[in-house]
Design a protein around this ligand. Structure first.
Ligand SMILES: Nc1nc2c(ncn2[C@@H]2O[C@H](COP(=O)(O)OP(=O)(O)O)[C@@H](O)[C@H]2O)c(=O)[nH]1
Ligand SMILES: [Mg+2]
Ligand SMILES: [Zn+2]
Length: 336
């Protein structure tokens, strides 16, 4: 096992509000009066999640396949957990230590956790295949609501014939303050040069539609990622190389971690209330100050500052449409 620098990895529990669907597992407390035994218990970091199986990395760099007992939503990649050791290489996850944040999506039917304790969200887009403004906007709203800094990574910049068009498409978002970094995973040295300064000392999550080049960027930044993926898959009994689960990698060239996730086709945000949704639309903020009603929903109210700004061309109709769709999801859910 390759030794890692670990000065930041097992940070002490940080105070903060509980943003998770469930932060605690349903398990019995350790025997009263008996101190936690270093030989039977340990804290670790979730580096892969696959159903109810998890890969947990311990402070000495060893890894264990772990299970949860409860039926509730379990740990996410990036979670620090307390485990009961079992045998030479297994364990049971007893507790999820307090999370700084949790990025997840949700619809009426279910919640899908992306990762926990994330410093930075890298939303990967590309000129080809055509990316979705709806999904990009949703990822930015999710990041804002979880208190995670977003960066839009415009990949495949070597596709120069379609680059200007995609830059023009991004300009309105950029003018709202969204940060865009251009790179090309097809040129690994260039990708490392472009991205490593962003990644140093942080836990970053790669998110994006499939085909945008997430795996290519991961392989540029973590050259042995494929080997790690296979190692994980074998230990978790999931058979061959799989791209269907989320995994955490340590960056070999700079201090930091990178979480790779499968692509997504949907990004429901039905768990977000109006105030949280608004936070993801920074260009609304000044206009909201002008709304006549303090509880304005910016849909149809007279004297709405947001609707006024749209009329004057200061806010894009497409962005307001996205806001309305997310708000409708939230209201649809709260009816049940
Ligand atoms: N031209 C070009 N193609 C790329 C680049 N990055 C990835 N690709 C190609 O885009 C396709 C999808 O890449 P992949 O990394 O699998 O995307 P993912 O689904 O987001 O993981 C593959 O055929 C890659 O070779 C890039 O920077 N430039
Ligand atoms: Mg991929
Ligand atoms: Zn309003």
């Amino acid at each position: 096992m390759r030794p890692y620098t670990r000065e930041t990895r097992y940070a002490t529990r940080t105070a903060g509000h509980d943003t998770s669907p469930s932060n605690q597992l349903n398990t019995a407390p350790p025997d009263a009066g008996k101190p936690a035994d270093a030989n039977t218990r340990a804290c670790g970091l979730i580096t892969a999640a696959y159903g109810r199986h998890f890969m947990v990395e311990l402070p000495d760099g060893s890894r264990r396949t772990c299970f949860t007992r409860g039926k509730k939503t379990g740990p996410a990649v990036g979670d620090h957990v307390e485990i009961a050791l079992q045998g030479a290489d297994e364990g049971v996850i007893d507790q999820i230590l307090e999370r700084r944040n949790l990025l997840y999506r949700s619809d009426d039917a279910r919640t899908k956790q992306f990762a926990a304790n994330v410093d930075q969200l890298l939303v990967v887009i590309a000129p080809e295949p055509v990316y979705s403004d709806d999904l990009l906007g949703r990822a930015l709203v999710a990041a804002a609501s979880a208190g995670i800094d977003p960066v839009i990574v415009l990949n495949k910049c070597d596709l120069t014939h379609s680059l200007d068009a995609v830059r023009a498409r991004l300009a309105p978002l950029q003018s709202t303050g969204a940060r865009v970094v251009e790179t090309s995973g097809a040129q690994p040295d260039q990708a490392r040069h472009d991205l490593e300064p962003l990644l140093t000392g942080k836990c970053s999550l790669l998110l994006g539609q499939s085909g945008m080049g997430k795996s290519t960027l991961l392989n540029a930044l973590v050259p042995d990622a494929n080997a790690h993926t296979q190692e994980h898959s074998l230990a978790l009994g999931t058979g061959k190389h799989t791209t269907t689960s989320t995994r955490l990698y340590h960056l070999p060239n700079c201090r930091g971690t990178l979480i790779d996730s499968p692509g997504f086709q949907a990004f429901g945000l039905s768990h977000l209330g109006q105030t949280e949704i608004e936070r993801g639309f920074p260009e609304f903020h000044d206009a909201i100050e002008q709304c006549r009603f303090y509880n304005c929903t910016h849909r149809h109210e007279p004297g709405c500052g947001v609707l006024g700004a749209i009329q004057r061309g200061e806010i894009q109709t497409a962005r307001h449409d996205l806001y309305m769709r997310i708000l409708a999801e939230n209201e649809g859910r709260s009816r049940y």
